[in-house]
Design a protein around this ligand. Structure first.
Ligand SMILES: Cc1ncc(COP(=O)(O)O)c(C=O)c1O
Length: 402
């Protein structure tokens, strides 16, 4: 029989931890174990100082000169280049702009334009609702069809009328991860483009955009990248197809020469053509400072620690909690993102009771308890203590309801 989890055993893993559980680089409230970084990442210690420096010394002193003199114009690409290694992309393939839903609409439109003889966007029924709303609207605008099938039917639904296959890599409810390399390869076999939503992947799992030939991707930066509430999304466009893709919502900052104020559209070279509007520089400064937490850490190390934390949590919970708290995430680590979801009829009160004891997870209706693991600021000891508390709350919830 496997050894039961104890504080000592968890601390042993912390001593060997290469990522470092750098809680000190984040400003987490005392007594809180934060397992909701898959909704909103925690505040990095450097963010407030970076923002106040930008506001006072750049905006306050340099005024309009800040755009060219303080690197504001280049921020979308510069910050994109910092995200690139975290999703296995190359420099010049990622740009920070818009929000995920809008970025997705832009790249879907670009994909439909690039495959004019095909009229289908393929997606799955369990995709994030905002992605389906966005795809529905784009399909209508472009005279195309959004075809939505069960996730298991995606391979069979990949036929030669599909222009773009648009899926979320890690499912927000269960943490189940699509087989990105296999689906991307099948998508290419039928001549379609692959578009991945990496909201629950970026900064937590190994994606390998370049390695697997992913064409397009979007993702938010406020979850595992810790960019702050409502921070901008990123768009990834594989270098080899950047020239043939057009931004369907062009704007002046994606123009080759914005300050020529030329009324005819000439797209900028490279990824910059996907920009539409002025970047929100203050918010982007928060993201840029937050990304420093990844300096010196590879995404493979982050993933290894994420699996170690989530496995510990799962085993420690299953040792202690009632059998009615049921795992809905895949038990196979290779098919799981950086979260554990558990089903219980009193899920809402378990999440509420855990929060009252300092363990923050989240509830997803109707009956899911969802816990995310951010290796940059969680230790194994934190996760073990959280598992103990969630299990105690679940036992109490069960006892109270008979
Ligand atoms: C998988 C997924 N896609 C899209 C979105 C929507 O993101 P945004 O608010 O940036 O449009 C979210 C938000 O949580 C998400 O989890």
């Amino acid at each position: 029989m496997a050894h039961a989890w104890t504080t000592d055993r968890a601390q042993g893993l912390d001593r060997a931890d290469e990522v470092g559980g750098a809680r000190g680089s984040f400003l987490l409230p005392e007594g809180i174990i934060y397992l909701d970084g898959n909704s909103l990442g925690a505040l990095s210690a450097g963010v407030a100082g970076h923002i106040s420096q930008l506001v006072e010394e750049e905006w306050g002193s340099r005024l309009i000169a800040g755009w060219n003199g303080c690197g504001w114009m280049e921020a979308p690409e510069r910050i994109g280049d910092r995200i690139a290694p975290l999703i296995g992309a190359l420099p010049g393939e990622v740009i920070v702009a818009d929000t995920t839903t809008i970025a997705l609409a832009k790249l879907l439109g670009a994909a439909l334009n690039a495959r004019p003889s095909r009229k289908v966007i393929l997606s799955s029924t369990d995709n994030f609702p905002s992605d389906l709303f966005s795809a529905t609207a784009v399909a209508r605008l472009f005279g195309a069809e959004l075809r939505v099938v069960d996730r298991s039917e995606i391979p069979a639904a990949l036929r030669d009328d599909v222009a773009v296959c648009c899926l979320t890599h890690v499912d927000f409810r269960t943490g189940e991860m699509h087989d990105l390399p296999a689906i991307t390869a099948l998508t290419h076999d039928v001549g379609a483009l692959s578009l991945w939503d990496l909201c629950h992947s970026a900064g937590a799992v190994v994606v390998g955009c370049e390695e697997h030939g992913v064409d397009l991707a979007v993702g938010c930066t406020y979850k595992y990248l810790n960019g702050g509430p409502g921070s901008q999304s990123f768009m990834y466009v594989r270098r080899g197809i950047q020239g043939e893709l057009e931004n369907p919502l062009p704007g002046w900052l994606g123009h080759e020469a914005p300050f020529d104020f030329d009324p005819s559209w000439r797209p900028a070279g490279g990824i910059r053509r996907f920009l539409t509007s002025s970047p929100p520089i203050i918010s982007m400064a928060a993201l840029e400072a937050a990304l420093e937490a990844f300096d010196g850490v590879s995404i493979e190390q982050v993933r290894a620690k994420s699996l170690s934390l989530s496995q510990l949590f799962l085993e420690a919970i299953e040792e202690r909690a009632p059998a009615s708290l049921v795992l809905v995430s895949p038990r196979d680590q290779r098919r799981r993102g950086s979260q554990i979801s558990l089903r219980h009829e009193h899920a809402a009160s378990i999440i509420e009771g855990s929060a009252a004891r300092g363990v923050i997870g989240d509830f997803r209706a109707p009956d899911l308890c969802r816990f995310g693991f951010t290796p940059l600021y969680l230790s194994h000891e934190d996760v073990f203590r959280a598992a103990e508390m969630v299990a105690e709350v679940a036992v109490a919830a069960e006892a109270a309801t008979g």
